[in-house]
Design a protein around this ligand. Structure first.
Ligand code: ADP
Ligand code: MG
Length: 631
């Protein structure tokens, strides 16, 4: 029998290898940027088109290649960076595998121009799908330019697998930021579809962090510095009050290489122990320098994980130095979490009955609370409804004092209540009526009882209903937001002082995509800049202090990409906002709040489940209860 094993031709082997190195346009960005850094460039330009799907180009002023190397660099395992296996343990370069260019050239159209300083002419090479198309001498500036076009042109399945431009662009920004943050001594510029997205001049580390993120970042940072025998640490961590909901701004660099390490992350979180709210994420930009032979970078093909010789010592040093910095800069003592927690929830108001006049003022911001206010509000337009609303101090705290009302904004009038749809009819007619009458303060019968700050129990004709307060409120808010967005009828409350909110450029991209849907919920954007938005109006049932949290939660809910069609976009936003704003388990509700929540729930189109498909209430029939007593 003849033998059946064959050596794969180079271009096939390269295509297979490319699968590991190049997953998406961002992988090309990473490899090309790292090569430029390794070539000692001081100026690096990144130019992309269509989120890198049509073009990724990196132009550097580094050392360039001579004509032989220019051709050889596309061969597999061709590298100038290591020669012996031992070199792996004293790496000072980003690359060392010699695989990147061979892989990229196997699956794209590549045009390379390169010239060394001392040479008169440079070399220009075109290579497509591993085949050399042309090679010429040319007059070129010093340095190297790689233009990678039509990625995956010969692997349609991979090309189809790419995500939307927004998602791919975000991955590119991530890679760009990682390299840019690691090298403040290099001038980076970044263009997307002809617009300049970043221009980062040579600067100090702190300035680089600020330039990459936003001007506002500066005030958030606390420096960290530590020198020991096994590691030197420098960088910045954020003050706890600026903690975010997501982990977007957390960076470790080891010997100028971006790495991910759950273990070191844990060390940072341990340093913040007790001074961060649950789920809050500090930003950090930490640069560790360790002896090259004490780490092994070789354990992960994309090289974002590394292995340290003495991890537990690193852990302890890192934790201690961050703790020290937070203490030294007096960060911990100024915090007052009790106060913050109360501000976060609009339901924590003790003396509701005592502030009737304030309720009247606030109801201006609740266009659906009763007919009169509704007309008044609509008449003054969505942008300027505050002018006739009474004292400005009342205006500044709308949802603060109108806490229970916010449960109810946007719900239908009494007559439209589809109680039968939920197959629940309330026992007491008089109470049902009183729910819609704001002036009625006294209640003859208490019909709702909150238990364990979690459930609301209410008698109904057939027995009783037990409502999960958090899920119920999520449902109420979700339907309300969705309705507002689909009929484009959301009302806004205008802010006296517009809010400036700063975001990273990746986040700004997302916000730009979502802008229309956000406007439909009641947001008014006065301006959108490179790194911040100016918000002059917010949805009626949102308080000013909740806005930043709300948007951050939304951005973090969209980590996996923005849904393609506008319906699911609206749905995602409505869900996220409902999740953020809903009253949480553990919050005491007044009787009025409880009543409104229960009634609000049963006015919903789909009261049975939360937007996240969890049951919102259960019922117990009298017969069921009877059975429990029958022995
Ligand atoms: P590696 O970076 O792992 O060595 P690559 O395939 O990325 O492998 O690059 C192969 C070689 O091409 C590098 O070792 C380097 O000598 C050369 N090279 C790549 N990019 C550049 C550049 N921008 N400037 C100068 N030389 C480069
Ligand atoms: Mg490389």
């Amino acid at each position: 029998m003849s033998s059946i094993i064959q050596l794969l031709p180079d271009h096939v082997a390269n295509q297979i290898a490319a699968g590991e190195v190049v997953q998406r346009p961002a992988s090309v960005v990473k490899e090309l940027l790292e090569n430029a850094v390794d070539a000692n460039a001081t100026d690096i330009k990144l130019i992309i088109k269509d989120a890198g799907k049509s073009l990724v180009q990196v132009i550097d002023n580094g050392k360039g290649m001579n004509v032989t190397d220019a051709r050889l660099c596309f061969a597999r395992h061709a590298t100038s960076k290591i020669r012996h296996a031992e070199d792996l343990f004293s790496l000072h370069t980003k690359g060392f595998r010699g695989e990147a260019l061979a892989s990229i050239a196997a699956i794209a159209h590549v045009e390379m121009k390169t010239k060394q300083d001392q040479e008169e002419l440079g070399t220009q090479i075109v290579i497509e799908g591993s085949k050399f198309v042309s090679q010429e001498s040319a007059v070129l500036p010093k340095g190297t330019s790689f233009a990678v076009k039509n990625l995956f042109f010969n692997i349609p399945a991979r090309r189809n697998f790419l995500k939307s431009d927004t998602v791919e662009y975000r991955h590119i920004i991530d890679e760009f930021q990682r390299v840019a943050l690691a090298h403040p001594n290099i001038h980076f510029t970044f263009y997307h579809n002809g617009s300049e997205m970043f221009n980062l001049p040579t600067s100090t580390l702190r300035q680089r962090v600020v330039n990459v993120f936003s001007g506002k970042t500066n005030e958030k940072l606390v420096p960290v510095q530590e020198e020991t025998e096994i590691v030197s640490i420098q960088g910045f961590v954020s003050k706890p009050e600026f903690a975010k909901k997501n982990r977007g701004e957390q960076f470790f660099f080891v010997n100028d290489r971006f790495i991910k390490s759950g273990y070191l992350h844990h060390a940072v979180m341990a340093a913040y122990d007790g001074i961060l709210k649950e789920g809050a994420q500090p930003s950090y930009f930490l640069y560790l320098t360790v002896p090259a032979n004490s780490i092994d970078i070789n354990i992960h093909p994309t090289k974002t994980e590394i292995k340290f010789d003495d991890e537990s010592a690193l852990y302890a040093i890192l934790r201690a130095s961050i703790k020290h910095s937070l203490g030294q800069f007096n960060v911990a003592p100024v915090l007052d979490f009790d106060r913050d927690a109360n501000l976060d929830t609009p339901y924590h108001y003790k003396d509701l009955e005592g502030v009737t006049p304030t309720i009247q003022v606030d109801s201006t911001f609740n266009p659906f609370a009763d007919d009169k206010v509704n007309k008044h509000y609509a008449g003054s337009g969505s942008g300027s409804g505050s002018s006739s609303s009474g004292s400005s101090s009342g205006y500044r705290k709308p949802a603060a004092t109108a806490s229970w009302e916010s449960l109810y904004v946007g719900l239908k009038q009494e007559s439209e209540f589809p109680t039968e749809s939920a197959e629940i009819s309330f026992e007491s007619e008089e109470v049902t009526a009183s729910l819609f009458n704001d002036e009625e303060v006294e209640h003859a019968v208490q019909n709702v009882y909150q238990i364990h700050k979690k459930y609301i129990v209410s008698p109904i004709k057939s027995g009783m209903v037990i409502v999960d307060q958090q899920r119920a409120h999520q449902r109420v808010l979700y339907e309300q937001f969705l309705a507002n967005m689909t009929v484009h009828q959301a009302s806004s409350q205008q802010l006296l002082f517009p809010l400036n909110l700063y975001f990273s450029s990746g986040e700004m991209e997302l916000i730009a995509e979502l802008k229309l849907s956000l406007i439909n919920t009641g947001f008014v954007f006065e301006d959108t800049n490179d790194d911040h938005v100016v918000i002059s109006g917010i949805p009626v049932n949102v308080t000013e202090s909740e806005v930043s949290m709300l948007l951050e939660q939304l951005l973090s809910d969209l980590q996996d990409g923005i849904p393609e069609n506008s319906f699911s976009q609206n749905d995602t936003i409505a869900k996220s906002m409902a999740k953020s704003l809903a009253v949480k388990t553990g919050t005491s509700l007044t009787i009025k709040e409880q009543e409104n929540l229960v009634n609000g729930l049963f006015a919903c189109k789909d009261p049975n489940v939360s937007p996240f498909h969890k049951p919102t209430f259960i019922t117990m029939r009298v017969e069921d209860i009877d059975k429990k007593f029958a022995i």
